[in-house]
Structure formats: C-alpha cells, structure tokens
Design a protein around this ligand. Structure first.
Ligand code: SAM
Ligand code: SF4
Length: 328
C-alpha cells in the first residue's frame, strides 16, 4: 500500500476498545461516556480486519485503546494474530498498555509471539501517579512491568511530559529505566479531545527537556527507528535508548508509514486529521474480504500529507476525539 505522497503503509495501530480502567488527566475527561457495545467490532471482526491489512502488506500491528488488556478475551485476538507472525506475514505484533493487567497477562503475551511492549508510566511517585490517572495504584503497574520483564518482553516506558506533574522526574525515570534495561520515550501532550484542563498549562517542549537531560547524560544520536515517530538517542551511561515524540515542536509526518483503526472500525489516515473511512460497513455487509480491502485501499489514497497540531493552539482540541478513541 503506497499513499499519494509515496509513503509505504506497513504499520497499523488498532484500538480494540475505547474503555479504560484509568482516567489520565491529559487523555480522558473524568466522566467519559463510552461507546455502546453494538458499535464496537467483535474480536472476530477485529481479527478479520487485521488479516486484511496483513494481506495488503502490513508488517506491524500495534494493539492499543483505551486499555487493550481490559477488553474481555483479548488474548484470543492476540493468539490469532500471533499465528500470522513470520515469513510473508507480520514482522511484529505489539501493544501499548497502562500495565495494570500485565501481572496476569505478560506470560501469555510472550507465548503468543509478542516481543516488545510499550507501557505508559508518567511518574514513579505513587501520589503523583494517582493524581495523573485520577485513581490508579502504581504498585499494580510496577508489578505488571516486572512480570513483563520476567517473561522476557522488551519494555519501552512511555512518559508524557507534563508541566507541574513530572517535569522534575526525567532524570529519575531515565535512571530507573536504565537500571532495569528499559527504553524510555518522552511524549509531548497533543491536543486531542476536550478535557477539564487547559493543555497549555501542561505543555513542556521536549527541546528544553532534552537540553536539560544532556547536562547529566551522554546522549548519542542513533538511526534506530521502531517504525513509530520517535527519534532515538543512546544513553551512554545506561546502554538503553531515549526517544522523543515531538508532534508540536517538530512534525514527523514526512516519514509517516501508519494508519489507525478505532474499535468501531473507523480508519483514520492521520492522527491529527478528521478524515476517516468506515470499515465496519464492509466488514458487516457479508460481502467478503475483497470489498473490505477495496475500502482500505480507497482510504489510503486519501491519506493527507500531515497533521495541523500547533503549540499556540493547544487550548483548543485540534481534533475532537480523545486519544483513547484513536489509540496512541
Ligand atoms: N491505555 C494504554 C496506555 O495508556 O498506554 C494505551 C492507550 S493510550 C491512549 C496510548 C498513549 O497515548 C499513552 O502513552 C498515553 O500516555 C498517550 N496519550 C494519551 N493522550 C495523550 C495526549 N493528549 N497527548 C499525548 N499523549 C497522549
Ligand atoms: Fe487510559 Fe491510556 Fe488514556 Fe491513561 S492514557 S486514560 S491509561 S487510555
């Protein structure tokens, strides 16, 4: 699949649910209304959809949400997709999780072919964690991360940089990740969906954060890429990597190789644009997989050049949907 700007699309992020057991302040409003079940694709429909993408040349699938691991029976989808890893199929099956369910699921993930996972953790402080997630218990997440490490999964910690919440914790988080062999990826807040706060109050430019980190750590530029938008450095002191995702201070659209699908089967060609394609109708129309593939290809032909996130406009949601709808 090649889009109008010559970019090869080999990566799909699939949001398997809009629900979550946490309510991170930058991601969701406290009283979120979730989708009615009938609108959400069944696990069988999600698998059919993923297989169509694989047959069209997708090499990497990331399951996300909401919280992917709170979806009932999610392991059956992971097991099904796990069988597609290998020659001519998927190169990687991975997921982004808040870690709360990992203690009981990490081994099954590893058994089904998952090798790397991203775990979101914005702070190491229990009180701040509760504040950031509105009611989360950090112990559960740390136990989950350690279970994933024990199961042999490679772990990358995602940390959203938030002024007034974790701006004094980057050194500590990097040291902790180094100690456990985890990579760390810092993320700028993105203007997605209405939340209670004004995002400008929380925005921290990662250019500033990187300059501060350089006072203490030796960061060597690398060409390492994971297929995502992060730019990576090697941290000489720890031997681990440090990535930066900077949609606002630097846009990363020129190398974009991915599309996203929501749990209702809406395909978004860009995280920061509203145009979407409905894949649920061809999925449920009983027309077979050719019609579904045609709908995917037609959507790819409409992939826009880039997003319009601008730091000055952070107070308005650039797109009305929350990150938990499209998946991070
Ligand atoms: N629940 C899972 C988790 O938290 O990892 C997966 C879904 S979550 C929406 C995916 C990632 O998006 C998380 O790392 C989260 O921190 C990030 N995220 C959510 N809302 C964001 C926003 N407005 N700006 C930047 N990152 C955001
Ligand atoms: Fe849930 Fe992830 Fe959003 Fe936090 S960032 S509320 S864990 S979906």
């Amino acid at each position: 699949m090649i889009d109008p700007y010559g970019r090869r699309i080999t990566y799909v992020r699939v949001s398997v649910t809009d629900r979550c057991d946490l309510r991170c302040i930058y991601c969701m409003a406290e009283d979120m209304t979730f989708l009615p079940k009938r609108e959400v694709l069944s696990l069988e429909e999600l698998e059919r959809l993923c297989v169509a993408f694989i047959e069209l040349g997708v090499k990497k699938i990331r399951l996300t949400g909401g919280e992917p691991l709170v979806r009932r029976n999610i392991m059956s989808l992971i097991e099904g997709l796990g069988t597609r890893i290998g020659e001519g199929g998927l190169e990687e099956l991975t997921l982004t999780t808040n870690g709360t369910q990992l203690a009981r699921m990490a081994e099954d993930l590893a058994r089904n072919g998952v090798r790397r996972i991203n775990v979101s953790l914005d702070t190491l402080d229990p009180e701040r964690f509760r504040q950031a997630t509105r009611w989360g218990d950090i112990r559960q997440v740390i136990d989950g991360i350690m279970a994933a490490k024990a199961a042999g999964l490679h772990i990358k910690i995602n940390m959203v940089a938030l002024r007034g919440l974790n701006e004094d914790e980057f050194d500590r988080m990097l040291a902790w990740c180094g100690q456990h062999g985890f990579d760390l990826c810092l993320i700028e807040t993105m203007p997605m969906g209405e939340i209670e706060e004004d995002r400008r109050d929380r925005f921290l430019s990662l250019d500033v954060v990187r300059a501060r980190l350089r006072l203490r750590w030796t960061l060597k530029e690398t060409s390492y890429r994971t297929g995502g938008p992060a730019r990576y450095y090697e941290v000489a002191e720890t031997g681990t990597r440090l990535g930066f995702i900077t949609p606002l201070s630097h846009n990363f659209c020129e190398s974009c190789n991915r599309v996203r699908v929501t749990c209702t089967g809406k395909m978004y060609m860009c995280l920061g644009q509203e145009d979407s394609a409905d894949l649920r109708t061809p999925l449920r129309a009983g027309l077979g997989d050719e019609a579904l593939k045609q709908a995917i290809l037609e959507a790819i032909s409409r992939k826009p050049k880039g997003h319009d996130f601008v730091a000055e406009r952070l107070h308005q949601a650039a797109v009305p949907r929350h990150m938990s709808v499209t998946g991070g």
